[in-house]
Design a protein around this ligand. Sequence first.
Ligand code: IMP
Ligand code: MG
Length: 176
Amino acid sequence: MAERVRVMLTENEVNARIKAIGEQISRDYEGRQVHLVCVLKGGSFFMCELAKNITVPVSLDFMSVSSYGGDTKSSGVVKIVKDLDDPLKDKDVIVVEDIVDSGRTLSYLLELLGQRGPKSLRLCTLLDKPDRRVVDVKVDYTGFEIPDEFVVGYGLDYDQRYRNLPYIGVVEFDEN
Ligand code: IMP
Ligand code: MG
């Protein structure tokens, strides 16, 4: 089966929206420093572009999580594969994610990071699929709300591929 990618959001649309979020964050955090926490791997492309558009001082850190298999998966319990390098204590933290889907991963992660004593903790996601939400998550900054379709590009993968597309697309399969 051949695969094609249908464009949902062009590179220009995505970058323009990220610029606007960066400007918003710069206004909201005026006089402060923001500590961006990227959830690997999906959030990495978004975080880099976002960071370039923030004018207040920025520091960065990365973490990698994976869902536990089996029964616990539905509870949203995630395993930390790579933890942050630095403490969050007294920092103004923004968690940067590629997409909020069921909300399970983020709700667990925000709870966990909240216990580390940040001065503030917010969530910024490039994409949001509100129709798929199972667990309530408060999203502070959203790039785009999208319909319930499986998307790739700008960090998002299908079987580890397509992360490098500079736009957001939907994978389609040809019959022959
Ligand atoms: P959830 O919100 O806990 O369901 O999980 C969100 C995670 O699932 C994201 O961080 C992505 O890694 C992955 N995911 C959800 N929807 C998509 C999609 O449409 N394309 C690619 N990955 C997705
Ligand atoms: Mg992710």
